[in-house]
Write a protein that binds this ligand. Structure first.
Ligand code: HEC
Ligand code: HEC
Length: 463
């Protein structure tokens, strides 16, 4: 069954008509922190909010491009300031950990440490004995996720958008999920561990690039010297939006893979890549969720529809979270990742939908999924990094429901003669994966196709 996921498409499909609510930056977000938007942006925002009530038939891009948040994210001064923040190792407490420690460009903006990838997949924080519980997803293409929202499909509420595996950085505070997200790691005790926003702001004001902060405050927000402001929320908001602006820039969202050149008619695919592409959108059903539709001249596809699913991925026994002390992990070894359910439970208007979303994680982009510094460098896949190669995860999609459980065989070899039990069996998707009937050759063609999604492809002179 192919689900009609089009209601939740963001820029991945510019020319499609969508509902007002799926639009990137709904008007109401402008009212939350109006001080972050300068007066002319504010007017634009309010105007949009008005237009938005009538925009059921408006193409997404038109609105997104003219929105105040889009203007901020495209501001070059903010992007360069954000780049400094992203790579600054002095901001964490203790010093030494930048965002790039868990989001390295050389691996497609996810975890750059091979030892971690080969084992638990979860990265230590600035205090090295502290761990979170999930693999870092890519910080590239994250700004293109719509603000977290829901819609009804076939009589069910479907959730969509936001950042993080569980969508909890909703974007409803600052207007973009990645901007909300950027406020998280600095203050998270298992990440950069800074005591409070004021300390972060002080560090930025003491940095060698503090003039960029002051310039952005003056030019965009019309504040004579933002470093002297008493309004920490505003200062912290500007810092987060700058990081999101960097993440939104062409330095991060490059759209420069071989596949992008292919879509623009500049390069041909090999026979195997072509076969992988056909399987990806046909027999293997991958594009049901990792959307690849492209309208010539429109926005390039993001390989996600930003919805949530439980694929039944096995738990990763090496996840260091199991051994974290009870201040952080109350359930110890018995912990299973609730995914989207945990965030829904904590949000009164969504709490009643928690149960049916237990174990679901956001469909990640597959852009840069194979990006690595050398061909034999190990990356890991899935929210818990259980899979250590693209071959393994494709084999799992193909045979999850074909091979027996590891408990039923005497000599279990996962992926060869069995698969371990799912981390969460509840709400597992059995309609779109598990028994795809792919041959070994077809599996590897799909892998070959995913390899052409890495940014940084250069056209050969003879092409
Ligand atoms: C210690 C490792 C670590 C550090 C440091 C870190 N992150 Fe992350 N990041 C993660 C993990 C783990 C996740 C996924 C967490 C989850 O889903 O619960 C994540 C998720 C994200 C996402 C969401 C991507 C998406 O598509 O949903 C973005 C964006 C991001 N991080 C940006 C940043 C920025 C900006 C910084 C620095 C301010 C940063 N990260 C610092 C580990 C880290
Ligand atoms: C029903 C929706 C759906 C379908 C169909 C689907 N995926 Fe996924 N994919 C997801 C979700 C959700 C995740 C994250 C799941 C998790 O970590 O628990 C994911 C994760 C992945 C990852 C790991 C990415 C990372 O950064 O860790 C890869 C690779 C992948 N899918 C490739 C494929 C391929 C290839 C196919 C077709 C054979 C496919 N997917 C079909 C929803 C889907």
């Amino acid at each position: 069954m192919k689900r009609s996921r089009h209601l939740c498409l963001s820029r991945s499909d510019r020319n499609r008509k969508v509902r007002c609510r799926s639009v990137f930056y709904p008007g109401y977000t402008f009212l939350r922190l109006p001080e972050l938007l300068s007066p002319h942006m504010m007017t634009a925002g309010l105007l949009l909010a008005l237009i938005c009530t009538n925009c059921r038939e408006q193409p997404v891009a038109k609105i997104a491009e003219s929105s105040a948040m889009e203007t901020l994210l495209n501001n070059e001064d903010l992007q360069v300031f954000g780049e400094k923040l992203f790579f600054d190792t002095n901001l964490s407490s203790p010093e030494g950990q930048s965002c790039a420690a868990c989001h390295g460009p050389e691996v497609g903006w996810t975890g750059p440490d091979e030892t971690v990838n080969k084992t638990g997949g979860v990265y230590p924080g600035a205090l090295h004995e502290r761990y979170g519980n999930r693999k870092p997803n890519s910080s590239a293409y994250a700004t293109l996720s719509p603000v977290f929202h829901s819609f009804i499909e076939e009589g069910k509420i479907v959730f969509c958008g936001g950042n993080f595996w569980d969508g909890r950085a909703t974007g409803s505070l600052l207007g973009n999920p990645a901007a909300d997200q950027a406020q998280g790691p600095f203050l998270n005790p298992v990440e950069q561990n800074i005591d409070n926003a004021k300390n972060l702001v002080d560090k930025v004001c003491r940095s060698e690039y503090s003039s960029m902060f002051i310039k952005a405050g003056k030019d965009i927000w019309k504040i004579p010297d933002i470093s002297k402001s008493e309004n920490t929320n505003l200062q912290f908001g500007i810092i987060a939006i700058a990081i999101a602006a960097f993440e939104h820039s062409g330095m991060v969202n490059q759209f420069s893979s071989k596949y992008d050149f292919y879509l623009k008619g500049k390069v041909k695919l090999t026979a195997t890549e072509e076969q992988g592409l056909e399987l990806f959108r046909g027999k293997a059903k991958c594009s049901n969720c990792h959307v690849m539709e492209y309208v010539p001249g429109g926005a390039l596809p993001l390989f996600t529809d930003f919805t949530f699913d439980n694929l039944g991925i096995p738990g990763n026994p090496q996840n260091p979270w199991y051994a974290m002390d009870t201040t952080f992990n109350k359930k110890g070894e018995n912990w299973t990742d609730p995914g989207l359910a945990e965030f829904l439970e904590q949000t009164p208007q969504y709490a009643m939908y928690a149960e049916e979303n237990y174990g679901k994680h956001q469909v990640p982009t597959l852009r840069n999924v194979d990006k690595r510094p050398s061909p034999d460098f190990v990356k890991c896949y899935g929210h818990n990094g259980y899979f250590k190669s693209l071959e393994e995860i494709v084999h799992f999609y193909n045979t999850r429901d074909v091979l027996p459980s590891d408990k039923e065989v005497s000599d279990p070899k996962p992926g060869v003669n069995c698969w371990p039990e799912p981390e969460v069996a509840q709400n597992m998707n059995t309609a779109e994966l598990g028994n795809l009937g792919l041959t070994a050759e077809e599996e590897s063609a799909i892998v070959e196709f995913m390899k052409i999604l890495s940014d940084g492809y250069t056209l050969q002179s003879n092409q």
